[in-house]
Ligand binder design. Sequence first.
Ligand code: G3I
Length: 352
Amino acid sequence: MRKNRRNRLRLVGALAAVLVAVTAPSAQGLCGEGHNEPPTLAELAQRHGRYFGSATDNPELVDEPYKAILDSEFDQITPGNGMKWYATEPQQGVFDFSAGDEIVDLARANRQKVRGHTLVWHSQLPNWLTSREWTAPELRAVLKKHIQTEVRHYRGKVFAWDVVNEAFNEDGTYRETVFYKTLGPGYIADALRWAHQADPRVKLYLNDYNIESIGPKSDAYFKLAQELRAEGVPLHGIGLQAHLALQYGYPTTLEDNLRRFSRLGLDTALTEVDIRMYVPADEQKLATQAQWYMDLTEACLAVRRCVGITIWDYTDKYSWIPAFFDGEGAALPWDEQLQPKPAYYAIREALK
Ligand code: G3I
């Protein structure tokens, strides 16, 4: 409670500072001339030994004003779609890394790190894979080849991989994907081992949504992580996507949850953060959203092995939310006109 009040006061202070900055032309002029440039989110995060990143997607890269902020404000990017199976192996055995490569090249030019996303996922699979039945030996071979070809291609170019994405149901049982149904739960350990063979240096993650709080789904990851570590399977981190929604409440056990994974010797990362609301947004909702962005940033900073935060694109202009959740949106720290929202200043405040 006390911490929340303190946070709220800090947020009010930060917003007041912003108002002063916005209404003071001389201060703006100075920034424009390159003096007194405020530090970027990336620079602020680096002071804590963390990164601050954004997802991006290839079609957006022709939008120059969008790209200018992507290039300058973040030190990590994740391809929103370009490294997924449908994009990288559109025909069996025929690989196409052009979309992912474009993101990697952009990151190189801007000295940004790249999270590889994602090798094994039930969604956005190519038709050739979903349109027929596979025996276990066939699917094992297909899976191994896909993982190893892609990991080898990006060796030294991505620092982490979401090896398996969204493997569990809400109640902590295994999601009945084609991989689980055909190969059994061991496909996860196999995928990690195959990825590790292909790039022994890259950090290997399991990644999922609705695992920010302690509960059945995050418990399933905790138990699996314990087992995998005990068996010497190369697992290095857990990615908490953190697709939050104002109507479901803030995950107050986030920090404790991050800490228990740290204690297992694992890194954690907030990998796909957005905080949606019913639109239209109003001042109150945006203030609550800002508070949540601040709280989750502070939670990550409080846990040594929480290595960084990635928002799932940075502007409402390119958010996935409106297309997937009817009547919801406004989930990101920049609005559709690429203007920073209260959430942006709240993140800055948390990183100071
Ligand atoms: O590529 C086609 C294009 O040819 C077609 O014209 C267009 C028409 O709708 O669709 C395009 O495909 C879209 C694709 O993104 C690429 O833009 C799909 O419809 C759309 O469903 C797909 O959405 C992606 C979604 O994953 C799929 O589940 C989002 O962009 C992407 O941000 C989102 O990301 C996921 C993470 O990978 C995993 N965690 C959840 C997160 C949000 O769903």
